[in-house]
Design a protein around this ligand. Structure first.
Ligand SMILES: Cc1cc2nc3c(=O)[nH]c(=O)nc-3n(C[C@H](O)[C@H](O)[C@H](O)COP(=O)(O)OP(=O)(O)OC[C@H]3O[C@@H](n4cnc5c(N)ncnc54)[C@H](O)[C@@H]3O)c2cc1C
Length: 515
Protein backbone atom coordinates (compact mmCIF):
# COMPACT_ATOMS: atom_id res chain seq x y z
CA UNK A 1 0.00 0.00 0.00
CA UNK A 2 1.62 3.22 -1.12
CA UNK A 3 0.07 6.21 0.55
CA UNK A 4 2.32 8.92 -0.71
CA UNK A 5 0.56 11.11 -3.25
CA UNK A 6 2.12 11.57 -6.67
CA UNK A 7 1.42 14.60 -8.81
CA UNK A 8 0.05 12.65 -11.76
CA UNK A 9 -1.22 9.16 -12.33
CA UNK A 10 -1.61 8.25 -15.99
CA UNK A 11 -3.93 5.40 -16.96
CA UNK A 12 -2.88 3.83 -20.25
CA UNK A 13 0.51 2.94 -21.71
CA UNK A 14 -0.12 3.80 -25.34
CA UNK A 15 1.62 6.63 -27.16
CA UNK A 16 -0.45 9.32 -25.48
CA UNK A 17 -0.07 7.98 -21.95
CA UNK A 18 3.69 7.41 -22.21
CA UNK A 19 4.16 10.74 -24.02
CA UNK A 20 2.36 12.57 -21.22
CA UNK A 21 4.25 10.66 -18.51
CA UNK A 22 7.57 11.60 -20.10
CA UNK A 23 6.70 15.25 -20.58
CA UNK A 24 5.40 15.53 -17.00
CA UNK A 25 8.32 13.83 -15.27
CA UNK A 26 10.75 15.95 -17.27
CA UNK A 27 9.05 19.05 -15.88
CA UNK A 28 9.73 17.91 -12.36
CA UNK A 29 6.39 16.27 -11.54
CA UNK A 30 6.14 12.90 -9.84
CA UNK A 31 4.44 10.40 -12.12
CA UNK A 32 2.98 6.90 -12.05
CA UNK A 33 1.76 5.20 -15.22
CA UNK A 34 -0.43 2.07 -15.14
CA UNK A 35 -0.94 -0.02 -18.25
CA UNK A 36 -3.31 -2.99 -18.03
CA UNK A 37 -1.40 -5.10 -20.53
CA UNK A 38 1.90 -4.50 -22.31
CA UNK A 39 3.04 -1.04 -23.42
CA UNK A 40 1.58 -0.27 -26.86
CA UNK A 41 -0.64 -3.33 -26.76
CA UNK A 42 -3.65 -1.15 -27.68
CA UNK A 43 -4.06 0.97 -30.79
CA UNK A 44 -0.51 2.30 -30.62
CA UNK A 45 0.96 -0.85 -32.17
CA UNK A 46 -1.87 -1.26 -34.69
CA UNK A 47 -1.48 1.91 -36.72
CA UNK A 48 -0.45 2.36 -40.36
CA UNK A 49 2.92 3.33 -38.86
CA UNK A 50 3.12 6.73 -40.48
CA UNK A 51 4.21 10.05 -39.07
CA UNK A 52 2.14 12.06 -41.47
CA UNK A 53 0.15 15.19 -41.95
CA UNK A 54 -2.70 13.15 -43.36
CA UNK A 55 -3.17 14.31 -46.93
CA UNK A 56 -6.79 13.20 -47.02
CA UNK A 57 -7.70 15.23 -43.91
CA UNK A 58 -7.20 18.36 -46.03
CA UNK A 59 -10.39 17.45 -47.86
CA UNK A 60 -12.22 17.69 -44.55
CA UNK A 61 -10.72 21.12 -43.84
CA UNK A 62 -8.71 19.82 -40.85
CA UNK A 63 -5.97 22.42 -41.49
CA UNK A 64 -5.02 22.83 -37.83
CA UNK A 65 -4.52 19.10 -37.39
CA UNK A 66 -2.61 18.75 -40.65
CA UNK A 67 -0.44 21.77 -39.84
CA UNK A 68 0.48 20.45 -36.40
CA UNK A 69 1.12 16.96 -37.78
CA UNK A 70 3.29 18.19 -40.66
CA UNK A 71 5.46 20.20 -38.27
CA UNK A 72 5.91 17.20 -36.02
CA UNK A 73 7.45 15.11 -38.81
CA UNK A 74 10.75 16.98 -38.70
CA UNK A 75 10.70 17.26 -34.90
CA UNK A 76 10.09 13.54 -34.34
CA UNK A 77 12.65 12.46 -36.93
CA UNK A 78 15.29 14.32 -34.93
CA UNK A 79 14.10 12.85 -31.65
CA UNK A 80 14.22 9.26 -32.87
CA UNK A 81 16.01 8.94 -36.21
CA UNK A 82 16.37 5.20 -35.66
CA UNK A 83 12.58 4.73 -35.45
CA UNK A 84 11.34 7.39 -37.84
CA UNK A 85 12.55 7.86 -41.40
CA UNK A 86 11.39 9.65 -44.55
CA UNK A 87 9.18 7.76 -46.94
CA UNK A 88 8.27 8.70 -50.51
CA UNK A 89 4.66 8.10 -51.52
CA UNK A 90 3.45 7.63 -55.06
CA UNK A 91 -0.13 8.49 -55.96
CA UNK A 92 -1.00 6.94 -59.31
CA UNK A 93 -3.28 9.26 -61.25
CA UNK A 94 -6.71 7.83 -62.01
CA UNK A 95 -8.97 9.88 -64.30
CA UNK A 96 -12.11 8.61 -62.50
CA UNK A 97 -10.83 9.81 -59.13
CA UNK A 98 -9.96 13.30 -57.90
CA UNK A 99 -9.03 15.69 -60.77
CA UNK A 100 -5.29 16.39 -61.18
CA UNK A 101 -5.66 20.07 -60.26
CA UNK A 102 -7.20 19.06 -56.95
CA UNK A 103 -4.39 16.64 -56.17
CA UNK A 104 -1.76 19.22 -57.17
CA UNK A 105 -3.44 21.87 -55.03
CA UNK A 106 -3.70 19.46 -52.10
CA UNK A 107 -0.02 18.56 -52.42
CA UNK A 108 0.98 22.21 -52.73
CA UNK A 109 -0.86 23.00 -49.52
CA UNK A 110 0.69 19.92 -47.92
CA UNK A 111 4.18 21.11 -48.93
CA UNK A 112 3.62 24.59 -47.52
CA UNK A 113 1.35 24.11 -44.52
CA UNK A 114 4.08 22.73 -42.26
CA UNK A 115 7.72 23.32 -41.56
CA UNK A 116 9.85 21.18 -43.89
CA UNK A 117 13.65 20.99 -43.76
CA UNK A 118 14.81 17.57 -44.87
CA UNK A 119 11.72 16.11 -46.49
CA UNK A 120 11.51 16.71 -50.24
CA UNK A 121 8.50 18.49 -51.72
CA UNK A 122 5.89 16.90 -53.94
CA UNK A 123 6.17 16.58 -57.72
CA UNK A 124 4.55 15.03 -60.77
CA UNK A 125 6.16 11.75 -61.77
CA UNK A 126 6.00 9.55 -64.83
CA UNK A 127 4.95 5.96 -64.21
CA UNK A 128 5.70 4.74 -67.73
CA UNK A 129 8.86 2.63 -67.74
CA UNK A 130 9.97 3.91 -64.34
CA UNK A 131 10.68 2.13 -61.05
CA UNK A 132 7.73 3.92 -59.49
CA UNK A 133 5.43 2.63 -62.24
CA UNK A 134 6.86 -0.87 -62.56
CA UNK A 135 4.70 -2.60 -59.90
CA UNK A 136 1.49 -0.94 -61.14
CA UNK A 137 -0.87 -1.92 -63.94
CA UNK A 138 0.34 -0.46 -67.22
CA UNK A 139 -2.76 1.74 -67.53
CA UNK A 140 -1.19 4.08 -64.96
CA UNK A 141 0.96 6.52 -66.89
CA UNK A 142 1.27 9.50 -64.57
CA UNK A 143 1.31 10.12 -60.88
CA UNK A 144 2.47 12.35 -58.07
CA UNK A 145 5.05 11.90 -55.36
CA UNK A 146 5.12 13.41 -51.89
CA UNK A 147 6.91 12.75 -48.61
CA UNK A 148 5.95 11.70 -45.12
CA UNK A 149 7.65 9.42 -42.59
CA UNK A 150 7.31 5.88 -41.34
CA UNK A 151 7.63 4.91 -37.72
CA UNK A 152 8.00 1.87 -35.53
CA UNK A 153 4.93 2.79 -33.50
CA UNK A 154 5.31 0.25 -30.69
CA UNK A 155 8.95 1.09 -30.14
CA UNK A 156 8.17 4.79 -30.06
CA UNK A 157 5.87 4.06 -27.12
CA UNK A 158 8.49 1.94 -25.38
CA UNK A 159 11.23 4.56 -25.83
CA UNK A 160 8.96 7.19 -24.28
CA UNK A 161 8.37 4.90 -21.31
CA UNK A 162 12.09 4.09 -21.01
CA UNK A 163 12.90 7.82 -21.02
CA UNK A 164 10.17 8.54 -18.46
CA UNK A 165 11.47 5.84 -16.14
CA UNK A 166 15.02 7.15 -16.47
CA UNK A 167 13.76 10.52 -15.20
CA UNK A 168 12.00 8.95 -12.23
CA UNK A 169 8.51 7.97 -13.41
CA UNK A 170 7.15 4.69 -12.13
CA UNK A 171 5.86 2.60 -15.00
CA UNK A 172 3.71 -0.43 -14.17
CA UNK A 173 2.65 -2.79 -16.92
CA UNK A 174 0.04 -5.55 -16.54
CA UNK A 175 -1.38 -3.25 -13.91
CA UNK A 176 -5.04 -2.49 -14.54
CA UNK A 177 -6.84 0.41 -12.97
CA UNK A 178 -10.04 -1.11 -11.66
CA UNK A 179 -11.50 1.81 -9.71
CA UNK A 180 -10.84 5.43 -8.94
CA UNK A 181 -12.55 8.01 -6.80
CA UNK A 182 -11.80 11.19 -4.90
CA UNK A 183 -10.81 11.02 -1.23
CA UNK A 184 -9.52 14.05 0.65
CA UNK A 185 -9.24 16.08 -2.56
CA UNK A 186 -6.90 13.57 -4.17
CA UNK A 187 -7.50 10.59 -6.41
CA UNK A 188 -7.51 7.16 -4.86
CA UNK A 189 -6.75 4.70 -7.62
CA UNK A 190 -7.09 0.98 -7.13
CA UNK A 191 -5.08 -1.26 -9.41
CA UNK A 192 -4.70 -4.95 -9.98
CA UNK A 193 -1.40 -6.54 -10.93
CA UNK A 194 -1.38 -10.31 -11.44
CA UNK A 195 -4.16 -10.78 -8.90
CA UNK A 196 -2.74 -8.33 -6.33
CA UNK A 197 -4.56 -5.14 -5.49
CA UNK A 198 -2.69 -1.91 -4.83
CA UNK A 199 -3.86 1.64 -4.12
CA UNK A 200 -2.12 4.75 -5.39
CA UNK A 201 -2.89 8.39 -4.67
CA UNK A 202 -2.53 11.25 -7.14
CA UNK A 203 -3.32 14.95 -7.30
CA UNK A 204 -4.27 14.79 -10.98
CA UNK A 205 -5.54 11.77 -12.88
CA UNK A 206 -4.97 11.45 -16.61
CA UNK A 207 -7.16 9.07 -18.55
CA UNK A 208 -5.23 8.08 -21.68
CA UNK A 209 -6.99 4.79 -22.29
CA UNK A 210 -7.54 5.41 -26.01
CA UNK A 211 -10.54 3.42 -27.26
CA UNK A 212 -11.26 2.15 -23.74
CA UNK A 213 -12.23 5.62 -22.60
CA UNK A 214 -15.84 6.27 -21.61
CA UNK A 215 -17.45 9.67 -21.93
CA UNK A 216 -20.68 11.22 -20.82
CA UNK A 217 -19.71 14.58 -22.32
CA UNK A 218 -19.10 13.55 -25.94
CA UNK A 219 -20.75 11.28 -28.42
CA UNK A 220 -17.97 8.85 -29.15
CA UNK A 221 -17.68 6.32 -31.93
CA UNK A 222 -15.21 3.49 -32.22
CA UNK A 223 -13.77 2.82 -35.65
CA UNK A 224 -11.81 -0.33 -36.47
CA UNK A 225 -9.05 -0.33 -39.05
CA UNK A 226 -7.30 -3.48 -40.24
CA UNK A 227 -4.06 -4.15 -42.08
CA UNK A 228 -2.62 -7.18 -43.81
CA UNK A 229 1.06 -8.07 -44.16
CA UNK A 230 2.20 -9.97 -47.25
CA UNK A 231 5.65 -10.97 -48.54
CA UNK A 232 7.24 -8.05 -50.45
CA UNK A 233 5.20 -7.48 -53.58
CA UNK A 234 7.37 -4.85 -55.21
CA UNK A 235 10.94 -3.68 -55.15
CA UNK A 236 12.01 -0.33 -53.83
CA UNK A 237 11.52 1.57 -50.59
CA UNK A 238 8.67 3.83 -51.73
CA UNK A 239 5.03 3.50 -50.70
CA UNK A 240 1.80 3.89 -52.65
CA UNK A 241 -1.32 5.82 -51.82
CA UNK A 242 -4.19 4.44 -53.84
CA UNK A 243 -7.39 6.44 -54.21
CA UNK A 244 -9.82 3.58 -54.22
CA UNK A 245 -13.10 3.69 -56.13
CA UNK A 246 -15.07 4.02 -52.87
CA UNK A 247 -13.14 7.30 -52.23
CA UNK A 248 -11.12 5.74 -49.43
CA UNK A 249 -7.35 5.67 -49.56
CA UNK A 250 -5.34 2.46 -49.28
CA UNK A 251 -1.64 2.39 -48.50
CA UNK A 252 0.91 -0.18 -49.65
CA UNK A 253 4.08 0.32 -47.62
CA UNK A 254 7.41 -1.51 -47.56
CA UNK A 255 7.51 -3.18 -44.17
CA UNK A 256 10.52 -4.61 -42.38
CA UNK A 257 12.91 -6.11 -44.89
CA UNK A 258 10.76 -8.71 -46.56
CA UNK A 259 7.15 -7.56 -46.34
CA UNK A 260 4.55 -5.14 -47.61
CA UNK A 261 1.95 -3.63 -45.31
CA UNK A 262 -1.45 -2.96 -46.86
CA UNK A 263 -4.25 -1.04 -45.16
CA UNK A 264 -6.53 0.07 -44.02
CA UNK A 265 -10.19 -0.77 -43.79
CA UNK A 266 -12.53 1.39 -41.76
CA UNK A 267 -15.59 0.05 -39.97
CA UNK A 268 -17.73 1.16 -37.08
CA UNK A 269 -16.94 -1.03 -34.07
CA UNK A 270 -18.64 -1.89 -30.82
CA UNK A 271 -17.30 -3.90 -27.92
CA UNK A 272 -13.98 -4.53 -26.23
CA UNK A 273 -11.18 -2.92 -28.30
CA UNK A 274 -8.77 -5.70 -27.37
CA UNK A 275 -11.02 -8.23 -29.15
CA UNK A 276 -10.95 -6.40 -32.49
CA UNK A 277 -9.74 -8.57 -35.34
CA UNK A 278 -9.82 -8.57 -39.09
CA UNK A 279 -12.70 -10.43 -40.75
CA UNK A 280 -12.90 -12.14 -44.14
CA UNK A 281 -14.69 -9.16 -45.71
CA UNK A 282 -11.87 -6.84 -44.73
CA UNK A 283 -9.21 -9.25 -45.98
CA UNK A 284 -11.01 -9.55 -49.31
CA UNK A 285 -11.46 -5.78 -49.52
CA UNK A 286 -7.72 -5.15 -49.09
CA UNK A 287 -6.61 -7.96 -51.40
CA UNK A 288 -9.08 -6.91 -54.11
CA UNK A 289 -8.18 -3.24 -53.78
CA UNK A 290 -4.50 -4.11 -54.17
CA UNK A 291 -5.17 -6.35 -57.17
CA UNK A 292 -7.06 -3.60 -58.96
CA UNK A 293 -3.98 -1.39 -59.13
CA UNK A 294 -0.92 -3.65 -59.03
CA UNK A 295 0.50 -6.14 -61.52
CA UNK A 296 1.12 -8.72 -58.83
CA UNK A 297 -1.98 -10.72 -57.96
CA UNK A 298 -2.50 -11.38 -54.28
CA UNK A 299 -4.70 -14.09 -52.82
CA UNK A 300 -5.84 -14.54 -49.23
CA UNK A 301 -3.19 -17.24 -48.89
CA UNK A 302 -0.44 -14.62 -49.25
CA UNK A 303 -1.39 -12.97 -45.98
CA UNK A 304 1.29 -13.80 -43.42
CA UNK A 305 -0.05 -11.58 -40.64
CA UNK A 306 -2.76 -9.06 -39.94
CA UNK A 307 -3.79 -6.71 -37.18
CA UNK A 308 -6.71 -4.50 -36.28
CA UNK A 309 -6.75 -1.32 -34.25
CA UNK A 310 -9.63 0.67 -32.85
CA UNK A 311 -9.72 4.42 -32.47
CA UNK A 312 -12.19 6.53 -30.63
CA UNK A 313 -13.51 9.36 -32.73
CA UNK A 314 -15.60 12.16 -31.45
CA UNK A 315 -18.81 11.81 -33.43
CA UNK A 316 -20.18 14.71 -35.44
CA UNK A 317 -23.26 12.97 -36.75
CA UNK A 318 -21.38 11.71 -39.80
CA UNK A 319 -22.04 8.07 -40.57
CA UNK A 320 -18.95 7.68 -42.73
CA UNK A 321 -15.98 6.90 -40.45
CA UNK A 322 -13.57 8.42 -42.99
CA UNK A 323 -15.27 11.77 -42.47
CA UNK A 324 -15.12 11.85 -38.67
CA UNK A 325 -12.54 14.31 -37.37
CA UNK A 326 -9.12 13.06 -36.23
CA UNK A 327 -8.57 16.13 -34.03
CA UNK A 328 -7.93 15.27 -30.41
CA UNK A 329 -9.78 16.70 -27.45
CA UNK A 330 -8.38 17.18 -23.95
CA UNK A 331 -11.17 17.49 -21.46
CA UNK A 332 -10.46 18.70 -17.92
CA UNK A 333 -13.09 17.93 -15.30
CA UNK A 334 -12.92 19.09 -11.68
CA UNK A 335 -16.51 18.38 -10.74
CA UNK A 336 -15.58 15.36 -8.63
CA UNK A 337 -13.37 17.33 -6.25
CA UNK A 338 -10.01 16.61 -7.90
CA UNK A 339 -8.90 17.18 -11.49
CA UNK A 340 -9.11 14.49 -14.16
CA UNK A 341 -7.88 15.11 -17.70
CA UNK A 342 -9.29 12.83 -20.38
CA UNK A 343 -7.65 12.32 -23.76
CA UNK A 344 -9.96 11.68 -26.70
CA UNK A 345 -8.58 10.73 -30.10
CA UNK A 346 -5.25 11.85 -31.49
CA UNK A 347 -2.63 10.35 -33.75
CA UNK A 348 0.78 8.81 -33.16
CA UNK A 349 2.10 11.82 -35.09
CA UNK A 350 0.69 14.40 -32.67
CA UNK A 351 1.48 12.63 -29.38
CA UNK A 352 4.26 15.03 -28.33
CA UNK A 353 2.15 18.13 -28.96
CA UNK A 354 -0.80 16.47 -27.30
CA UNK A 355 1.37 15.91 -24.21
CA UNK A 356 2.43 19.56 -24.24
CA UNK A 357 -1.19 20.65 -24.46
CA UNK A 358 -2.05 18.29 -21.61
CA UNK A 359 0.65 19.95 -19.48
CA UNK A 360 -0.74 23.39 -20.34
CA UNK A 361 -4.19 22.26 -19.23
CA UNK A 362 -2.99 21.16 -15.81
CA UNK A 363 -0.23 23.75 -15.32
CA UNK A 364 -2.20 25.82 -12.82
CA UNK A 365 -2.29 22.88 -10.39
CA UNK A 366 1.52 22.76 -10.43
CA UNK A 367 2.95 26.30 -10.35
CA UNK A 368 6.43 24.83 -9.84
CA UNK A 369 6.21 22.89 -13.12
CA UNK A 370 9.06 23.55 -15.56
CA UNK A 371 8.48 24.68 -19.12
CA UNK A 372 8.11 22.60 -22.29
CA UNK A 373 11.26 20.61 -23.09
CA UNK A 374 10.51 17.62 -25.32
CA UNK A 375 10.93 19.32 -28.71
CA UNK A 376 14.71 19.26 -28.64
CA UNK A 377 15.33 16.15 -26.51
CA UNK A 378 16.19 12.90 -28.23
CA UNK A 379 14.51 9.69 -27.16
CA UNK A 380 16.62 6.80 -25.85
CA UNK A 381 18.81 5.52 -28.66
CA UNK A 382 18.05 8.58 -30.77
CA UNK A 383 21.34 10.35 -30.08
CA UNK A 384 22.83 9.18 -33.37
CA UNK A 385 26.16 11.01 -33.88
CA UNK A 386 25.69 13.94 -36.26
CA UNK A 387 22.17 12.67 -36.89
CA UNK A 388 23.44 10.45 -39.69
CA UNK A 389 22.00 6.97 -39.47
CA UNK A 390 23.97 5.68 -42.46
CA UNK A 391 27.31 6.82 -40.95
CA UNK A 392 26.33 5.23 -37.66
CA UNK A 393 25.43 1.93 -39.31
CA UNK A 394 28.78 2.02 -41.09
CA UNK A 395 30.65 2.70 -37.83
CA UNK A 396 28.82 -0.10 -36.04
CA UNK A 397 29.65 -2.46 -38.89
CA UNK A 398 33.35 -1.79 -38.25
CA UNK A 399 33.01 -2.08 -34.49
CA UNK A 400 31.03 -5.32 -34.62
CA UNK A 401 32.28 -6.96 -37.82
CA UNK A 402 30.54 -10.24 -37.05
CA UNK A 403 27.11 -8.70 -37.63
CA UNK A 404 25.48 -9.47 -40.95
CA UNK A 405 24.20 -6.45 -42.87
CA UNK A 406 20.57 -7.27 -42.08
CA UNK A 407 21.21 -7.92 -38.37
CA UNK A 408 23.16 -4.67 -38.12
CA UNK A 409 20.33 -2.78 -39.76
CA UNK A 410 17.73 -4.46 -37.56
CA UNK A 411 19.59 -3.66 -34.34
CA UNK A 412 20.24 -0.02 -35.28
CA UNK A 413 16.62 0.53 -36.33
CA UNK A 414 15.35 -1.10 -33.15
CA UNK A 415 17.66 0.28 -30.51
CA UNK A 416 19.57 3.18 -32.07
CA UNK A 417 22.71 3.90 -30.04
CA UNK A 418 21.43 1.65 -27.26
CA UNK A 419 22.33 -1.34 -29.42
CA UNK A 420 25.77 -0.88 -27.89
CA UNK A 421 24.32 -1.67 -24.49
CA UNK A 422 23.48 -5.05 -25.95
CA UNK A 423 26.65 -5.61 -27.91
CA UNK A 424 29.24 -4.16 -25.52
CA UNK A 425 30.35 -7.59 -24.23
CA UNK A 426 31.22 -8.58 -27.77
CA UNK A 427 33.27 -5.56 -28.74
CA UNK A 428 36.53 -6.65 -30.30
CA UNK A 429 35.22 -10.10 -31.16
CA UNK A 430 36.39 -10.95 -34.64
CA UNK A 431 33.82 -13.62 -35.21
CA UNK A 432 30.15 -13.81 -34.49
CA UNK A 433 29.56 -15.24 -31.04
CA UNK A 434 27.80 -18.17 -32.62
CA UNK A 435 24.94 -15.91 -33.53
CA UNK A 436 22.62 -16.90 -36.33
CA UNK A 437 23.09 -20.60 -35.78
CA UNK A 438 21.43 -20.16 -32.41
CA UNK A 439 24.31 -21.56 -30.46
CA UNK A 440 23.65 -18.92 -27.81
CA UNK A 441 20.58 -20.82 -26.80
CA UNK A 442 22.39 -24.09 -26.55
CA UNK A 443 23.70 -22.86 -23.26
CA UNK A 444 20.24 -21.90 -22.14
CA UNK A 445 20.50 -23.98 -19.01
CA UNK A 446 23.22 -21.63 -17.94
CA UNK A 447 20.92 -18.65 -18.42
CA UNK A 448 20.33 -16.53 -15.36
CA UNK A 449 17.38 -17.46 -13.21
CA UNK A 450 15.53 -14.25 -13.73
CA UNK A 451 12.52 -15.25 -11.72
CA UNK A 452 11.18 -11.93 -10.62
CA UNK A 453 13.86 -9.97 -12.46
CA UNK A 454 15.31 -8.72 -9.21
CA UNK A 455 18.89 -9.63 -10.11
CA UNK A 456 18.69 -7.33 -13.09
CA UNK A 457 17.23 -4.47 -11.21
CA UNK A 458 20.01 -4.73 -8.70
CA UNK A 459 22.45 -4.42 -11.55
CA UNK A 460 23.77 -7.97 -11.63
CA UNK A 461 25.12 -8.69 -15.09
CA UNK A 462 22.92 -11.09 -16.98
CA UNK A 463 25.03 -14.13 -17.74
CA UNK A 464 23.88 -14.26 -21.31
CA UNK A 465 25.63 -16.86 -23.41
CA UNK A 466 25.34 -15.06 -26.70
CA UNK A 467 23.97 -11.86 -27.88
CA UNK A 468 20.56 -13.03 -28.95
CA UNK A 469 20.16 -13.90 -25.35
CA UNK A 470 21.86 -10.64 -24.48
CA UNK A 471 19.17 -8.86 -26.48
CA UNK A 472 16.43 -10.69 -24.59
CA UNK A 473 18.09 -9.81 -21.30
CA UNK A 474 18.37 -6.17 -22.38
CA UNK A 475 14.75 -6.11 -23.42
CA UNK A 476 13.56 -7.57 -20.12
CA UNK A 477 15.83 -5.36 -18.04
CA UNK A 478 15.35 -2.04 -19.79
CA UNK A 479 12.20 -2.19 -21.89
CA UNK A 480 9.46 -3.54 -19.61
CA UNK A 481 9.35 -6.80 -21.61
CA UNK A 482 7.64 -9.61 -19.76
CA UNK A 483 6.55 -12.18 -22.33
CA UNK A 484 7.74 -13.70 -25.59
CA UNK A 485 4.85 -11.91 -27.30
CA UNK A 486 5.98 -8.51 -25.95
CA UNK A 487 9.42 -9.18 -27.40
CA UNK A 488 8.45 -10.77 -30.70
CA UNK A 489 5.60 -8.48 -31.73
CA UNK A 490 6.21 -5.10 -30.10
CA UNK A 491 9.89 -4.69 -29.04
CA UNK A 492 10.91 -6.32 -32.31
CA UNK A 493 9.03 -7.67 -35.31
CA UNK A 494 10.78 -11.02 -35.12
CA UNK A 495 7.39 -12.75 -35.05
CA UNK A 496 7.38 -12.26 -38.82
CA UNK A 497 10.55 -14.32 -39.13
CA UNK A 498 10.12 -17.61 -40.91
CA UNK A 499 12.68 -19.19 -38.66
CA UNK A 500 10.40 -21.32 -36.51
CA UNK A 501 13.20 -22.84 -34.38
CA UNK A 502 14.45 -19.36 -33.47
CA UNK A 503 10.97 -18.29 -32.44
CA UNK A 504 10.55 -21.44 -30.39
CA UNK A 505 13.88 -20.89 -28.65
CA UNK A 506 12.84 -17.39 -27.74
CA UNK A 507 9.51 -18.63 -26.38
CA UNK A 508 11.33 -21.37 -24.46
CA UNK A 509 13.67 -18.78 -22.98
CA UNK A 510 10.76 -16.80 -21.62
CA UNK A 511 9.06 -19.96 -20.36
CA UNK A 512 12.24 -21.15 -18.71
CA UNK A 513 12.74 -17.86 -16.98
CA UNK A 514 9.08 -17.80 -15.94
CA UNK A 515 8.55 -14.44 -17.57
C1 LIG B 1 -6.16 1.52 -38.08
C2 LIG B 1 -5.47 2.73 -37.52
C3 LIG B 1 -4.39 3.28 -38.20
C4 LIG B 1 -3.75 4.40 -37.68
N1 LIG B 1 -2.67 4.90 -38.34
C5 LIG B 1 -2.03 5.97 -37.85
C6 LIG B 1 -0.86 6.45 -38.50
O1 LIG B 1 -0.39 5.90 -39.49
N2 LIG B 1 -0.27 7.55 -37.98
C7 LIG B 1 -0.74 8.18 -36.88
O2 LIG B 1 -0.17 9.19 -36.50
N3 LIG B 1 -1.82 7.72 -36.21
C8 LIG B 1 -2.47 6.62 -36.67
N4 LIG B 1 -3.55 6.12 -36.01
C9 LIG B 1 -3.97 6.74 -34.75
C10 LIG B 1 -3.13 6.24 -33.59
O3 LIG B 1 -2.78 4.90 -33.73
C11 LIG B 1 -3.86 6.43 -32.28
O4 LIG B 1 -4.37 7.73 -32.21
C12 LIG B 1 -2.96 6.25 -31.07
O5 LIG B 1 -2.28 5.02 -31.15
C13 LIG B 1 -3.79 6.32 -29.81
O6 LIG B 1 -2.94 6.15 -28.71
P1 LIG B 1 -3.52 6.11 -27.25
O7 LIG B 1 -2.35 6.10 -26.34
O8 LIG B 1 -4.52 7.19 -27.08
O9 LIG B 1 -4.36 4.75 -27.18
P2 LIG B 1 -3.86 3.23 -27.04
O10 LIG B 1 -2.62 2.97 -27.78
O11 LIG B 1 -5.01 2.35 -27.35
O12 LIG B 1 -3.49 3.13 -25.50
C14 LIG B 1 -4.46 3.06 -24.49
C15 LIG B 1 -3.95 2.07 -23.46
O13 LIG B 1 -4.75 2.13 -22.30
C16 LIG B 1 -4.73 0.85 -21.72
N5 LIG B 1 -5.85 0.75 -20.78
C17 LIG B 1 -7.17 0.75 -21.07
N6 LIG B 1 -7.89 0.65 -19.93
C18 LIG B 1 -7.00 0.56 -18.90
C19 LIG B 1 -7.13 0.42 -17.48
N7 LIG B 1 -8.32 0.33 -16.89
N8 LIG B 1 -6.01 0.35 -16.72
C20 LIG B 1 -4.78 0.44 -17.30
N9 LIG B 1 -4.61 0.56 -18.64
C21 LIG B 1 -5.70 0.64 -19.44
C22 LIG B 1 -4.85 -0.08 -22.91
O14 LIG B 1 -4.40 -1.39 -22.63
C23 LIG B 1 -3.98 0.63 -23.95
O15 LIG B 1 -2.67 0.12 -24.01
C24 LIG B 1 -4.20 4.98 -36.47
C25 LIG B 1 -5.28 4.41 -35.79
C26 LIG B 1 -5.90 3.29 -36.29
C27 LIG B 1 -7.04 2.68 -35.55
Amino acid sequence: MKNHTVDILVIGGGINGTGIALDAVGRGLSVILCEQNDLASGTSSKSTKLIHGGLRYLEHGAFKLVHESLNEREVLMKKAPHLISPLTFIIPYQPQSRPPWMIRLGLWIYDHLGHRVTLPGSESVSLEGTDFGAPLKTSFKKGFSYSDCRVDDARLVVENAVAAKALGAEIFTRCRVIRYGVKDKRWEVETEYKGNRQIFYARVLINATGPWIQSQAFSMKLVKGSHIIVPRVYEGEHAYLIQHSDKRVIFAIPYEKHFTLIGTTEEMYEGDPSKAHIDETEKNYLVNAFNEYFQHTLTLKDIVADYSGVRPLIGDGSENPSNISREYILSLDQSQGAPILSVFGGKITTYRRLAEHAMEKISHFFPQMKSAWTKEATLPGGDIPHGSLSSYIHAMGIKYPFLSESELSRLVHCYGTRMEMILAPFEGADRAPAFGDLAPFEGADRAPAFGDLAPFEKGAAPQAQGFYEQELAYSVTHEFTQTADDFLTRRTKLYLSKNAPTLQKIRDWFAKNRL
